[in-house]
Write a protein that binds this ligand. Structure first.
Ligand SMILES: *[C@@H]1O[C@H](CO)[C@@H](O)[C@H](O)[C@H]1NC(C)=O
Length: 341
């Protein structure tokens, strides 16, 4: 008698639990993430589970998910650049950057996959007038709109904010090519990117060995696959900025790349050949090979703009040559010119 009563009450409890769970499931699938955020107590957002993390990301970066979806190449891959107003004024960096996609070989289609992340309202306004995938990344209390000279306090904050943001993109499940806007796109970079590496990065100077950690990296161009290893790596990279105050992301990466922690993560790193992913640090690469060219080893907006314009002209001249002439006469880059100083 007593045993039967116990059984019946357990059945009731089970039914009750089932009903509650069902309600939760229905709520979960019908409510929008924004509504859910309001219901969740703030503390639960710090939980390590992926659902809470997803909600937290959407709260931190509203609209980002839908922009990434629109820019997706179809395999959860996007191209990302960041922009502040100094680089966004008419006839400035962003215009040269976009022009390079149009004049490159087979690169104009990548404009459909490019997300321009603006760091201030003015840059965002300009973006929306010239491009279809614009995202604004605001930072409380900091105005990123002016020209940020290399290594000033604000410049550093801007660089580190970028690393934090890219980690969020990876967490949302998107792989990306990050490209500075002072990089000209001349050919399809995927032709020279490995498909089996987690993190591939351009170099200021390349020593010929794609897996040698001693290559001097350049943070302006990288291809990162979204997975647990890269997310962990970006967290580690970002958190390392506290250990090296006054250093930017690229320097810190050069310090930490040898660390045991990264080896333990199992992260596979590749260093990109400057013959394909070139720049002014190792100038005058072969026109017939080059995919991207970076105005690196160059300080100052005016100087960069001068040489990038010249570079685009040189590229157009090269393209206007007949195929046989391209092989006959060695075409020459006139750049770096002002950047050399
Ligand atoms: C994703 O798509 C692009 C464009 O079609 C392609 O070039 C690239 O190799 C793809 N990436 C992967 C990891 O399949």
């Amino acid at each position: 008698m007593c045993g039967m009563w116990r059984t019946r009450s357990s059945v009731l409890i089970l039914l009750f639990v089932a009903l509650i769970s069902l309600t939760c499931v229905i709520l979960f699938y019908t409510a929008s993430p924004n509504q859910l955020i309001k219901w969740l107590p703030a503390k639960s957002l710090s939980l390590g589970n992926s659902w809470a993390r997803g909600i937290k990301l959407m709260k931190e970066y509203p609209e980002l998910d839908s922009i990434l979806q629109k820019a997706d190449m179809g395999n959860k891959t996007v191209i990302i650049t960041t922009l502040n107003y100094a680089w966004a004024t008419p006839d400035s960096m962003i215009d040269l950057f976009l022009e390079s996609f149009h004049t490159g070989e087979g690169t104009s289609r990548f404009l459909n996959n490019l997300v321009i992340v603006s760091l201030d309202q003015k840059a965002y306004n300009r973006c929306t007038s010239i491009h279809s995938h614009c995202f604004i990344l605001k930072t409380k209390g900091i105005d990123f709109s002016g020209e940020k000279r290399f290594m000033t306090d604000d410049y550093l904050k801007m660089m580190w904010r970028r690393i934090e943001f890219l980690r969020a993109v990876l967490e949302m499940g998107y792989s990306f090519i990050f490209t500075d806007a002072d990089i000209m796109w001349f050919r399809n970079p995927f032709d020279h990117l490995a498909t089996d590496a987690d993190f591939q990065i351009a170099c200021d100077r390349y020593n010929g060995n794609p897996t040698d950690l001693n290559n001097a990296v350049n943070g302006g161009f990288n291809y990162v696959k979204s997975n647990d290893r890269t997310i962990q790596f970006y967290r580690y990279w970002y958190s390392s900025h506290k250990l090296y105050p006054g250093k930017h992301d690229q320097d810190v990466l050069n310090y930490i790349k040898h660390n045991e922690e990264i080896r333990k993560m199992g992260l596979s790193m590749r260093f990109l050949d400057t013959s394909y992913f070139g720049g002014f640090c190792e100038p005058r690469k072969d026109f017939t090979k080059i995919c991207t060219m970076h105005a690196n080893c160059c300080v100052g907006l005016k100087t960069k703009l001068h040489d990038l314009r010249l570079m685009l002209t040189d590229w157009k001249n090269f393209q206007s040559l007949a195929i046989q002439d391209r092989l006959l006469q060695e075409p020459l880059w006139r750049t770096p010119m002002q950047c050399k100083i």
